[in-house]
Design a binder for this molecule. Structure first.
Ligand code: ATP
Ligand code: MN
Length: 464
């Protein structure tokens, strides 16, 4: 068989009958009788299988025996119009090559309908299921659309560091990075760990956010975005948190909070519409199998304006709702997912952008409002998820920023490089962070964040 002739199934299913072809893929099912065998083959290019018909006058039973669920085969044959329902074309097989067998007694994906929990335990094989094939193809499409959206707008993709000595973001607990011998840690005269002997000459960590470095880029290139992995060592075992997740962080010079909200809303709508337009087979499968309202929900987000309201108004609505929340609501409380979802799902029935949060529950770099109590933060809240985006206008005044850093008891010395953006040619600017996996939860309708990333990193879970 000539390897160059291989055609992917996604393309074959759109082709006219009559051509001779070569397909390669993994067997989903085999059925048939003495005269004919039907094999459903999938190669990952689409959720749809191609049917391969083996006329048993041309093949022996011995030849077909290793063709079982999970086996990998190559087939040469003629693409023919399919008389059966469900597919327009099938392959009438002429030659068969078995690359790899899959013992039906031990292959874990023998049957359909495994639980998501079980599939997490066989994370190395779950990409071969229809569900995870759909999710990972959509994940790819969304990553591509993110780059396209920003590139078309003239934003530059800025690579911010993964290892950093900056611990100023305060966005979450950090993983330490070190080459020190943990069995023999060097100490200074005060018995403190001597990080001058460490690889970077100082204590360093995995990044929790690329924002601070992103701001440096925005103050030079105008409009940038980052798209990379971030790490948070919080021990939170929720369906919305990972220890390693991907974040998209645009940062824009001369944007004020309203421009920031407009961009966030346009961005999410663009991505959801891109999925509807380009991932229809995968979305239809997920809609039919898991979440009958998925397509409807996606369409409605594209079509409706997001509600914009202040934190203070949001808290009033929650306090007057008469609902008994697990976590109490009051002005000053950090909103929990249950509160966010009440506003989105019950009260407004559409996405909400909440602004002007109390400064105590937000980061030091957010622009301070005139009232002295709130900052120009904006969180985008989504159905089923809660917070999907967190962002703000940034404080551009050196004086106010330094005062806030002091007020919060933070270490100013290590921040000199960040403060230089305010010292030299400062300007109003804004940005936000979209959690990539939170977006994927929404777009795929999956309910656990572990099921939208190929290799989830969560507490006690990093084997492969
Ligand atoms: P949350 O309150 O939901 O824990 P956060 O306020 O700590 O989130 P930010 O620091 O604002 O999160 O991060 C920006 C975005 O990154 C969030 O809006 C969310 O989409 C995503 N995100 C944050 N933490 C995680 C995590 N542990 N796993 C996956 N995505 C996350
Ligand atoms: Mn946030």
């Amino acid at each position: 068989m000539e390897s160059g002739k291989r055609i992917k199934i996604a393309q074959l299913l759109k082709s006219e009958p009559g051509i001779s072809t070569l397909v390669k893929g993994w067997v989903r099912t085999k059925r048939g009788n003495k005269n004919v065998a039907f094999v459903a083959l999938n190669d990952g290019s689409t959720v749809n299988n191609i049917q391969i018909v083996f006329d048993m006058t041309r093949f022996t039973e011995e030849q077909l025996k290793p063709v079982t669920t999970g086996a990998c085969i190559a087939v040469e044959g003629i693409l023919t119009a399919s008389p059966g329902g469900g597919q327009s074309v099938e392959i009438s097989a002429e030659q068969l090559l078995v690359y790899g067998t899959a013992d039906s007694d031990t292959y874990p994906l023998q049957k359909k309908g495994h639980s998501m929990e079980f599939l997490r335990e066989i994370g190395h094989l779950r990409p071969r299921t229809n569900t995870f094939g759909c999710v990972f193809r959509i994940r790819h499409a969304m990553a591509f659309a993110i780059h396209k959206f920003f590139n078309d707008k003239g934003f530059f993709y800025l690579h911010t560091p993964i290892v950093t000595a900056s611990d100023a973001e305060g966005a979450g607990a950090m993983f330490q990075v070190t080459t020190l011998d943990l069995n023999n840690i060097p100490r200074d005269e005060n018995n403190k760990i001597d990080f001058t002997q460490d690889f970077f000459g100082r204590a360093s960590n995995l990044t929790v956010s690329g924002q601070l470095e992103g701001e440096l880029g925005a103050m030079a290139l105008g409009e940038i975005y980052t798209f990379g992995p971030t790490f948070r060592a919080e021990n939170s075992n929720t369906p919305r948190h990972l220890a390693e997740f991907w974040m998209i962080e645009p940062e824009m010079a001369f944007y004020e909070i309203k421009d920031n909200m407009d961009l966030a809303e346009e961005f999410i709508k663009y991505l959801v519409k891109y999925a509807i337009d380009n991932c229809s087979d995968d979305l239809k499968f997920l809609n039919d199998m898991f979440d009958k309202e998925l397509l409807e929900r996606l369409q409605s987000v594209v079509e409706t304006d997001f509600v914009r309201l202040s934190y203070t108004e949001g808290v009033e609505i929650l306090m007057n709702s008469g609902v008994k929340f697990e976590f109490p609501v009051y002005w000053g409380a950090d909103l929990q997912s249950e509160h966010e979802r009440y506003l989105v799902e019950k009260h407004f029935r559409r996405p909400v952008i909440l602004t002007d949060y109390p400064k105590e529950i937000k980061a030091f770099y957010m622009k301070q409002n005139e009232d002295g109590k709130t900052v120009r933060a904006m969180d985008v809240l989504f159905p089923k998820i809660g917070e999907i985006i967190g962002g703000s206008q940034r404080e551009e005044s050196l004086e106010k920023l330094e005062a806030r850093i002091e007020e919060m008891g933070m270490e100013k010395d290590g921040m000199w490089w960040y403060l230089d953006t305010r010292r030299f040619g400062t300007a109003p600017h804004s940005g936000f962070g979209l959690g990539f996996e939170r977006l994927l939860l929404f777009v795929t309708g999956m309910s656990n964040i572990r099921d939208v990333i190929p290799f989830p990193r969560t507490p006690k879970n990093a084997e492969f």
